[in-house]
Design a protein around this ligand. Structure first.
Ligand SMILES: [Zn+2]
Length: 418
């Protein structure tokens, strides 16, 4: 059966206001010049569409337009990011990549019959589970497998329901299926991932990317917070689990890891790149809608009215901090006492405002708390969309340079050691 595939390396690009597709694509073509082929995937979640007031078709229109303009003839995709049964419909027409989010179903118990059927077959993995490439065999008891089945089997069945809904509309093989479980409080261990993949195979879902939750925090727009050594170990084990599961459970050859990075995970990008290279594996790295942050930086650099506009956004975000942060509570971590006051920021020049927001590790001006707050403050720009778009267009060159640099220099170069 012929199936659309992503290629070895792919990057998920978020573009909240739909103005930076060309700059993002430039980062992809720049990588290609250095011999790294990356498939661009434009992603936007239902949450972002609702806050800004855009439609999934807008993302498709932008992706088609920027690729046509650039003469980009390789594959690209439009990702319906984090959808479930309630939200899938509006994405069916325009997307060809679906991130089936089962997080909210995890922990709900499947019925006994289903659990018993799963256990009957899974019981052969009890004892010392030896996964090629993982040095230490893991001991697996029947109780452990039962616990995993009770936690994830219902979610796997829901993934099937959502998948079928998409397949009925798009046709088998005409879209990429991702299953995501990253937006939960507790990470999945490699052993859990192994049995989850067994469940997805059992449900006959042709999953091509799988997004587990890793240890540590993946706050939006800022660096990884956690033990990087532990992450590396877990990531490597997960890669081995995927390879084994593909053979064992009849999943697509092309199945690969999806890392929902939330952008800017600079301290682990070199690890992801080198571990994947060591095992000759690909990956999908999803970034968040951080083009918005780069737009704000570009406008700050542009000075004049553009600087005034972004200062005003920041000052208003301080007043509305609770409302703005609420939808993102699990994926940001802002130390309010480290946020500069409205009075202080009013007096800043272009350079100071831009360097406070721009994520350059080691730069003493860089303020990760301010960066996270601005990341969730895009709603304030959406309320003044006309003025915002005029400023973006008037300062396009500066802004698109910021977007390009963030994706190419700070993400791609770190991932691929360029
Ligand atoms: Zn995610």
């Amino acid at each position: 059966m012929l199936m659309k595939t992503l290629g070895k390396f792919s990057i998920g690009l978020g573009d909240r206001f739909g103005h930076q597709g060309s700059a993002q694509l430039n980062a992809i073509t720049e990588a290609a010049k250095k011999g790294i082929d990356i498939t661009p995937v434009w992603n936007k979640s239902n949450r972002e569409h609702n806050i800004i007031g855009t439609q999934p078709g807008d993302v498709r229109a932008e992706a088609d337009m920027v690729t046509r303009k650039a003469g980009f003839t390789k594959p690209y995709f439009v990702d319906a990011d984090h959808i479930n049964l309630d939200t899938a419909d509006r994405f069916l027409e325009s997307s060809d990549f679906f991130t089936v989010d089962v997080a909210s179903y995890i922990g709900k118990r499947a019925d006994d019959v289903k659990i018993n059927v799963f256990l009957r077959d899974a019981v052969k993995f009890t004892g010392k589970l030896k996964i090629p490439g993982i040095s230490k065999p893991v001991s697996v008891t029947k109780d452990k497998i039962t616990g995993i089945a009770e936690k994830y089997l219902f979610a796997a069945a829901k993934a099937r329901e959502i998948y079928i809904k998409i397949e009925e509309s798009k046709g088998r093989g005409n879209f990429i299926t991702e299953v995501s479980m990253d937006e939960v409080p507790v990470p999945q261990t490699p052993v859990e991932l192994f049995f989850i993949l067994k469940m997805l195979g059992g449900e006959n879902i042709p999953v091509q990317t799988i997004a587990p939750k890793f240890s540590g925090r993946f706050n939006k727009g800022v660096d990884y917070a956690g033990d990087t050594g532990l992450f590396a170990e877990e990531f490597e084990a997960d890669l081995m689990v995927i390879e084994y599961a593909v053979k064992e459970f009849g999943l697509p050859e092309s199945l690969k890891m999806s890392i929902h990075s939330g952008s800017d995970k600079f301290s682990i990008y070199p690890l992801i790149g080198s571990i994947a290279k060591k095992h000759d594996k690909g990956f999908h790295l999803k970034t968040a809608g951080t083009t918005w942050l780069e737009e704000v930086i570009g406008l700050a650099e542009s000075g004049g009215k553009a600087l005034d506009f972004v200062k005003e956004i920041y000052i208003k975000s301080l007043e509305k901090i609770e409302e703005l942060c609420a939808p993102y509570a699990d994926v940001i971590n802002i130390n309010i006492s480290m946020l500069p006051s409205a009075e202080v920021v009013s007096g800043w020049n272009s350079r100071k405002f831009a360097s406070s927001l721009r994520h350059v590790p080691g730069n003493s001006d860089y303020n990760s708390n301010m960066r996270q707050l601005i990341h969730v403050a895009y709603k304030l720009a959406a309320e003044k969309m006309d003025e915002y778009f005029q400023l973006l267009e008037a300062n396009e060159k500066t802004v698109s340079q910021c977007v390009f640099e963030n994706i190419y220099n700070r993400h791609i170069c770190r991932l691929f050691d360029l």
